[in-house]
Design a protein. Sequence first.
Length: 123
Amino acid sequence: MPWTGTTPKQFATKVQTLVPAVFVASAAHAHRSVQEGSPDTGSKGQPVDEGNLRASIQLEFPSRTEALISTNVGYAESNEDGIARPGGGPYIQRSSVGGRWSFALTIAGIQRIVDVEAARLAG
C-alpha cells in the first residue's frame, strides 16, 4: 500500500488533494469517452462525418463539485438513441467512426472511469 507508514494528518492531506484531482480527471475521462470513445466504458464516441458533433461536445465545471458534458447540436439526441426527429423513424448513421449511446455507456461506466483515474493518480 503506497500510504503505509503515513500519519493520520499526512493521510488526510493526501486524500484532500487526491479527491478533487480524481474528480477533474474523471470528468475529463468521461468527456473523452463521450467524444472519442473509451475501452473503459465501451463507448465508441461520436460519429465523424464533418466533425461538427464530435467538436460540439463540451466539458464545463459549473462549480467545484459539478461537471457538465453537453452539446448544442440538434441531431445529437437522434444519434444517441437512434431515433430520427421529427417523425420517429430510424436514424441513419453515415459514419463508420463512432456510434450510438456514447452518453449512456459513459454514464453506465462512470464507476470504472473513477476507479481507473483514482488508481492512476494514487500510484
